[in-house]
Design a protein. Sequence first.
Length: 166
Amino acid sequence: MEEINVELQHCSQCNQEMLNDAKFCTYCGFPENGDESEKAQFHAQRVMKKSQAKENNQRINSARNTLYWMAGIFFVSGLFLFFSLNDIAVLIASSILAIIYLILAYWSQKKPFAAILSALLLYLMVIVVNVIDEPSSLFKGILLKIIILSFLIKGMYSASQSTKGQ
């Protein structure tokens, strides 16, 4: 029997074995046997992906921090309302919401899109329930509501972009 001798080379980017006549590395996609413009394009795309991933992670962290702040805001406002209205139900509801936001913030480390989307929907639900109970509450703290919504929406968009890139 004849032995088939296949010559292999290693990719200069990822050090994986590849056939000598292969133009692209099958592992990382580097054009090992391509021209200089293809190699430059590969490096430019890699830098852009790293930059985009870093920007997405910053937005996700910002949304996560917003969840922590929301937990604190709900808890402190619940304490304030409890002492001013002497209503234990407000304290319990605010504490439950604060705990939920803490759990969502922790979960956002593993599943950022699902956690931030859940937090956004929960926040919108709280706003709707407050508006049903007291219609004038829609305009109370409108600037804070807009800021929180913008952080959550940006974080959700970044989380969706980072999951598409994986």
